[in-house]
Write a protein that binds this ligand. Structure first.
Ligand SMILES: Cc1cc2nc3c(=O)[nH]c(=O)nc-3n(C[C@H](O)[C@H](O)[C@H](O)COP(=O)(O)OP(=O)(O)OC[C@H]3O[C@@H](n4cnc5c(N)ncnc54)[C@H](O)[C@@H]3O)c2cc1C
Length: 469
């Protein structure tokens, strides 16, 4: 087999036009709002703030280059919250749950409109997502969302597909029935992130890169003070914390997320294989595993195939095998060939990975720290491309004091399960991961996992921690 090019940043950032450099912070500053983190969440927050504040009063600090974290490396599934509808109904009641999901649809639409309006060629295509069962044990995946959408009078938004209907869209030999959500889109994630960065810089938002925030504290006389690794200070009325998995290293939020990892492969262009599969409609596809496989095509007819089965990170250590993990990449390649045996012998051009900010509820956490005017959003749990735009709307409103909260801020409460400290989280998480990987492999082989294996795989549920969608 030829050597796979394996890097932390991955294919999309290499494919996207190189960004113009932006400065480091070299002096102390004052601002109305300081945003920490230049992924989609931080940058969309700056974008929404532009409706309310002068660009020069918004400061964004990014430790590396905006969009070079997961926002520029993900699978590019720009999804809604339709599959979360059942758990949203439990938390919010029917009316508010439906309103929130419809707002997540508006975000997917707004991202497309933004690209159109600002000349961002992010390959935005709105062809929907299929959750396809790839083993009998996965046959129920997404079916609760089909029932929930029907119960709320919107059956056309989450549709059950027969095995024939799934295979008509993509004829993998392992696919069975499925569920289709038409509202969703795909993007080239790095082109989207870097396009957004360009537009913000052109509009005059003060963005400082290679500028890591080290300390965030209430300022004497009100507001907050952010101290950078270089010893500079930004004083602001309010801060927005948009640091994704790094929130696991921030004491007030530490117990509210765990960090796992996800990895992606991309093939050479394979137009003949796509023709053979009949997968020419551009749909996103996932299987129904807990540690999900997700795959999509590109305009130049490659297949990008990801797997959310990467290792658990220790605390907030986000480098190392969270980003580059040859073992997980080899396993992902094996899984790719199970789903698409037609790809045997075809080149995998690139592999990469990154951290996932897993919320115990699998729902994003958006709110305000009790002790300071600091607003945060994290916990997208592998579904942040669309929902980060939605969360950023709430963050921008909170940061200008417009609202005490909305459906998103009402999602979480004191009764939520907490993630234990290290080494317990890492040891327990790693054991549960291995048990789930084994269980799902056996199920795909048509074998029955032992009761012991099932018990370990399902243990988080006993602690109120939700695994899978
Ligand atoms: C391999 C992979 C595949 C994925 N696939 C999908 C998918 O297909 N669809 C989907 O919806 N989601 C997917 N996700 C998840 C998605 O990428 C994230 O939910 C989303 O990008 C979150 O955006 P963010 O802005 O919150 O975080 P990030 O993009 O991580 O941005 C946070 C930024 O904060 C910066 N930062 C951290 N600490 C500091 C500090 N102290 N000071 C200054 N800056 C700091 C980081 O450098 C980073 O740039 C995937 C993730 C990975 C890793």
């Amino acid at each position: 087999m030829h050597e796979i090019r394996h890097s932390a940043h991955g294919y999309w950032l290499e494919e996207a036009p190189a960004p113009e450099p932006l400065p480091r912070l070299t002096e102390d500053l004052a601002a109305e709002v300081v945003i920490i983190g230049g992924g989609y969440t931080g940058m969309w927050t700056a974008w929404h703030l532009l409706d309310r504040l002068a660009p020069s009063s918004i400061v964004l600090l990014e430790a590396s280059i905006c969009g070079h974290g997961p926002s520029g490396r993900n699978g590019g599934f720009c999804e809604t919250l339709w599959l979360n509808l059942p758990s949203l109904r439990e938390r919010l009641g029917d009316e508010r749950a439906l309103r929130l999901v419809l707002r997540s649809v508006e975000s997917v639409e707004a991202i497309g409109a933004f690209c159109e309006e600002h000349g961002v060629d992010a390959w935005y295509r709105r062809r929907g997502t299929i959750t396809a069962s790839a083993a009998p044990a996965q046959d129920d995946a997404g079916r609760d969302a089909v029932a929930a959408a029907a119960a709320l009078g919107v059956p056309e938004r989450v549709v059950a597909l027969s095995p024939e209907e799934v295979r008509r869209r993509c004829a993998s030999p392992v696919f069975r029935g499925g569920v289709y959500v038409p509202d969703e889109a795909t993007v080239q994630p790095a082109r989207l992130a870097l396009g957004l960065r360009r537009v913000l810089a052109e509009r005059g938002v003060r963005i400082f890169e290679h500028t890591r925030a080290r300390r965030l504290a209430p300022a004497a006389g009100g507001g907050v003070a952010v101290t950078t690794a270089d010893g500079r200070t930004v004083r602001a009325g309010r801060a927005v914390l948009a640091i994704n998995a790094a929130a696991r290293g921030f004491r007030p939020l530490r117990g509210r997320l765990a960090v796992t990892s996800s990895h992606v492969l991309i093939t050479e262009p394979v137009p003949d294989v796509l023709e053979q599969l009949g997968w020419t409609g551009g749909e996103n596809i996932t299987d129904g595993r807990t540690f999900v496989h997700y795959f999509r095509t590109t305009p130049d007819k490659r297949i990008a195939f990801g797997w959310g089965g990467g290792r658990i990170a220790w605390g907030a250590r986000l480098g190392g095998r969270t980003e580059v993990d040859p073992d997980v990449v080899r396993a992902t390649h094996r899984h790719l060939l199970r789903v698409f045996p037609q790809l045997e012998g075809r080149r995998i051009e690139h592999a990469w990975g990154g951290p996932i900010d897993v919320s115990p509820s699998h729902l994003p956490q958006v709110g305000t720290l009790p002790e300071a005017p600091v607003h945060y959003a994290f916990g997208f749990t592998g579904n942040g491309v669309g929902p980060s735009h939605l969360a950023a709307r709430t963050l921008a409103a909170l940061a200008t004091g417009e609202t005490a909260g909305d459906e998103l801020t009402a999602l979480h409460g004191d009764r939520d399960a907490k993630v234990p400290p290290e080494p317990l989280a890492w040891a327990g998480g790693s054991l549960v991961r291995l048990a789930n990987l084994r269980k799902e492999e056996l199920e795909e082989q048509g074998r029955v996992p032992s009761p012991g294996l099932r018990a370990i795989a399902g243990a988080p549920r006993m602690l109120g921690i939700h695994l899978g969608r």
